[in-house]
Design a protein around this ligand. Structure first.
Ligand SMILES: Cc1cc2nc3c(=O)[nH]c(=O)nc-3n(C[C@H](O)[C@H](O)[C@H](O)COP(=O)(O)OP(=O)(O)OC[C@H]3O[C@@H](n4cnc5c(N)ncnc54)[C@H](O)[C@@H]3O)c2cc1C
Length: 392
């Protein structure tokens, strides 16, 4: 027996993109159903992004009492670019009058889930979307399977694929899961979580002859740090002492506060933009539409920016019967997506050392870093992009 649910907007994925979309649609009086293959506990415990743009925090403020980004998170007014043994602070408020917040993605998800469940949102956990049918009709369908193996069909006026980089909605929009613009990088990040006090008050992005390192914070007692490694690296190959050595070598001129390492992982880098993000009555947002390397901290913020544009287009379509904003959705969203792709690629290539880098490449890279920190125009571009362009 196949169960069928009818709704206005079917959302695949209860990540930041899908949950925020349901919140914005609900504020316009549009009901939606979300399906996610994971359980609530799994969603709330996956450690991922950590930096929120100012516009993202302002949007989360609309969750009212449920948003804790400002109370539990930490405002950061700058980052340090470290190279040639010296640190250079990029002062965000002085350059662009904006800031970012350090607030982990799983905490954002806890806030969004609590707010949506409190508002009576229909969220089906443990339900896997198998495919999306009839994208160009006015009744697109999501075919799914619940945790007990029972089939479920969600029939909607519109379907949104917010199902991340390995989702199924891409097939209905761009014809395959992988067609689009793609770039792979010859390095990855070795990430650790450790129990220690912070080594620095703000994030340090360090370029060194041994490669890149990012010294980031989580809380007063837990820190997140990364160093550049080979994409095929085995995370268990290093002892804790070797990991601290690798990190310390890549931030010359600063002393890291060490502590027990309780998690280690390899984070591969990809730049991807789907060939199409809208087909009839099915759209893609967030990682389903694009992925960026993590150096610019753009992934989750970009997912949220897509959702703002799509929510307005869906309100115009489903409340006023006006298709114009939906027709403009790809062009409007892709304008920002490609700016963020460029910024993420630029930060990545400026700060990492490619395995085949020549002496010329290395010296040019230092020249590029100096051009950023010694020029107000250069620093302003970095500050503007890092803190986030205004949301439309
Ligand atoms: C280690 C790491 C660090 C990062 N750091 C940053 C950072 O500092 N700043 C930043 O902005 N970004 C960062 N990112 C990127 C950020 O986490 C993602 O861009 C963000 O999660 C995208 O949100 P999303 O809602 O589009 O997709 P996701 O968060 O991937 O959510 C997709 C959801 O869809 C569900 N799903 C998938 N397929 C199906 C299916 N077939 N049926 C039903 N449900 C399905 C999944 O279970 C998931 O819950 C980082 C990523 C990683 C991995």
């Amino acid at each position: 027996m196949t169960a069928t649910v009818r709704t206005r907007v079917a959302i695949i994925g209860a990540g930041p993109a899908g949950l925020l979309l349901s919140h914005l649609l609900a504020s316009s009086g549009i009901e939606s159903v979300i399906v996610d293959r994971r359980t609530r506990e799994e969603i709330e415990s996956t450690i991922r992004a950590g930096i929120l743009e100012q516009g993202t925090v302002e949007l989360l403020d609309t969750l009212g009492e449920f948003s804790r980004a400002r109370t539990v998170g930490h405002r950061h007014d700058g980052i340090e670019l470290r190279f040639a043994g010296e640190g250079h602070r990029i002062d965000f408020p002085a350059l662009v009058g904006r800031s970012v917040w350090l607030y982990p993605q799983h905490e954002v998800l806890k806030d969004l889930l609590a707010a949506r469940i409190d508002a009576g949102q229909d969220i089906r956990f443990g339900v896997t979307a198998d495919r999306v049918d009839d994208p160009t009709s006015d009744r697109p369908l999501v075919h799914a399977t619940d945790a007990g193996g029972q089939p479920l069909v969600v029939e909607a006026d519109f379907v949104v694929g917010a199902d991340g980089s390995r989702g199924v909605a891409r097939e209905a929009v761009s014809g395959s899961r992988s067609s689009g613009y793609f770039r792979e990088y010859p390095f990855a990040w070795f990430g650790i979580l450790c129990e220690a006090p912070p080594s620095a008050p703000e994030l340090i992005y360090s370029n060194s002859p041994d490669g890149f390192a990012l010294i980031s914070q989580r809380s007063a007692t837990v820190q997140r740090m990364y160093f550049q490694c080979d994409p095929g690296e085995d995370p268990d190959r290093f002892s804790e002492a070797e990991l601290w050595d690798a990190l310390q070598k890549r931030v010359p001129g600063t002393t890291l506060t060490e502590g027990p390492i309780f998690q280690r992982d390899i984070l591969r880098f990809r730049s991807f933009v789907a060939g199409s993000i809208l087909n009839g009555r099915v759209a893609l947002v967030g990682d389903a539409a694009h992925t960026v390397p993590p150096t610019g901290a753009k992934g989750m913020n970009l997912a949220i920016a897509d959702v703002v544009v799509l929510a307005r287009a869906l309100e115009a379509l489903l409340v006023d019967g006006d298709e114009r904003l939906l027709e403009a959705f790809p062009e409007t969203a892709l304008g920002r997506i490609w700016k963020a792709q460029h910024f993420s690629w630029w930060m990545t290539s400026m700060l990492h050392v490619a395995p085949d880098a020549s002496d010329f490449d290395r010296m040019r890279q230092l020249g590029e870093l100096r051009s950023v920190v010694e020029s107000e125009a250069g620093s302003t571009y970095l500050a503007e992009a890092y803190t986030g362009w205004p949301l439309v």
